[in-house]
Design a protein around this ligand. Structure first.
Ligand SMILES: Nc1ncnc2c1ncn2[C@@H]1O[C@H](COP(=O)(O)OP(=O)(O)O)[C@@H](O)[C@H]1O
Ligand SMILES: [Mg+2]
Length: 448
């Protein structure tokens, strides 16, 4: 059952039950009310009719007495008087039926209240002779008509109030649920990749925050998607650049060396074809081949070092970082580099490489963007080595720009840290410049 239907149905049922209870209450005390009203009328009628009969009887003539009574018979609510003589007189114990057919109330309602008609007879006696009787008959029909009218009025008021309440609830619910429909449509569009969708401010206070959060979520998704696109572009470009650089190295460095080796070898062969007097020349050429091979080895080492820091495997993370920092110190003597690294050996070689690359990028950034005079690298076990390691790189440079946007470096860094289930915090360093803090949780087994 829909929420809207439930919100309307529940109060409707309660109001209907209330209406039924009000009608039942009214009906429950209606007979008592009719009886009391009629009883009061009968009592008053009795007093008045006794006085009137006594008055009339004192006249001494039956005709005069009856005439006087015709004039003086009292008019009392819920009571009907009749003067009867001779055969018109109702016998004692006989009760005439009520004239329901002409009552201004439905007959079933009169039967429901079940009013018992009552009759009282007052004999008219003149000079000791009975000349007739005054019959006092209870008439509850007009009281019942009043009860009926009140009941109808009560029902109309309650039905109108219930209709108004249900209508108001329906209107409020519809108004409150409209933003949920907007939210649903918004999520549908997000699901289909339309991150430009934004919701208008929601005026229902309980939902206003959700609307704001939806917009901020859409904004973040748009940003993340944008960043992802840029990251992929940067990755492709970087790969191309790397390939180009390796191709240049091979072409410029390895190519000439190989050409030289071939030339020297050909030259040796030529010399060998002549005579032994050329032995010195052969030695010279062989030395040249050795030099060329050395050159090629250095080139090879440089290419390999760029593709993969070999020091990491042979010396461990701490020593590889020291070597890395030493390389930077050589390149930038005007900056004071310092490195403090605990001897940490991680089973996971990928984690070591990731930390190494993070430091590499931090140093590149600090040297490129910060204009720093001091750069500090610190790698240590967190909390006495309880399965986490902390890396901190800080500088005293100009600090991060306001509205920092991640470039490929920071994005790659955060991706690497995320892949290791770690945390990356970028902020202001105590030294004054930028600070990159990385925490990587590691199972104890992953650390030696
Ligand atoms: N140590 C730093 N000091 C000042 N600004 C920095 C530092 N590191 C990064 N930044 C800022 O962060 C931006 C993004 O860095 P990064 O993601 O590495 O991309 P890139 O180095 O290619 O610009 C940089 O352009 C720079 O403005
Ligand atoms: Mg960078």
């Amino acid at each position: 059952m829909s929420l809207k239907l439930r919100l309307v149905l529940i109060p409707s049922i309660i109001l209907t039950l209330g209406l039924a209870a009000a009608i039942a209450l009214e009906l429950a005390w209606a007979p008592e009310r009719v009886r009391a009203e009629v009883g009061t009328g009968m009592e008053l009628g009795r007093i008045l009719v006794i006085a009137a009969v006594a008055d009339a009887s004192a006249l001494g003539s039956p005709a005069a007495a009856l005439q006087r009574l015709e004039i003086e018979l009292p008019k009392v609510r819920h009571v009907t008087f009749r003067i009867a003589t001779g055969s018109q007189m109702i016998a004692a114990g006989e009760v005439p039926a009520l004239d329901i057919a002409h009552a201004p109330v439905p007959a079933w309602f009169v039967h429901l209240l079940d009013p018992r008609p009552r009759i009282e007879l007052f004999p008219i006696v003149v000079r000791g002779v009975g000349v007739g009787q005054v019959e006092m008959l209870s008439n509850p029909l007009n009281e019942i008509a009043e009860v009926w009218k009140e009941l109808v009025r009560l029902c109309l008021i309650l039905i109108a109030a219930s209709g108004a309440i249900v209508g108001l609830i329906l209107w409020t619910v519809q108004r409150a649920l409209r933003p949920i429909g907007d939210l649903q449509r918004g999520f549908d569009r997000l699901e289909h990749g339309d991150y430009g969708v934004r919701l208008k401010p929601i005026r229902v206070p309980e939902l206003a925050r959700i609307g704001e959060q939806f917009n901020s979520l859409a904004c973040s998704l748009a940003q993340v998607t944008d960043d992802n696109h840029r990251l992929i572009d940067a990755l492709i470009n970087l790969q191309e650049t790397e390939r180009k650089e390796i191709a240049y190295e091979l072409h410029d460095e390895v190519g000439p060396v190989l050409f030289g080796i071939r030339a020297e070898a050909a030259s040796i062969l030529g010399i060998c074809g002549r005579d032994a007097a050329h032995l010195a020349s052969i030695a010279e050429r062989t030395e040249a081949i050795g030099r060329l091979a050395d050159g090629m080895q250095r080139t090879n080492a440089r290419i390999l070092a760029r593709l993969r820091p070999l020091a990491l495997d042979s010396l461990g993370l701490a020593e590889a970082l020291r070597e890395l920092v030493a390389g930077w110190q050589e390149q930038c003597p005007e900056i004071a580099f310092s490195v403090r690294a605990d001897e940490i050996k991680l089973d996971d070689a990928a984690a070591e490489l990731a930390l190494y690359r993070v430091v590499q990028e931090c140093l590149t950034n600090a040297a490129r963007h910060a204009g720093a005079h001091r750069i500090e690298v610190c790698l240590k076990r967190a909390d006495g080595g309880k399965g986490a390691i902390n890396l901190l790189v800080q500088d005293d440079g100009r600090g991060l720009p306001a509205g920092l946007r991640f470039g490929f470096g920071l994005m790659g860094m955060s991706e690497r840290v995320r892949a290791l289930h770690g945390r990356l915090a970028i902020g202001k360093a105590p030294l004054g410049g930028a600070e990159i803090a990385v925490t990587i949780p590691l199972a104890a087994a992953a650390m030696a």
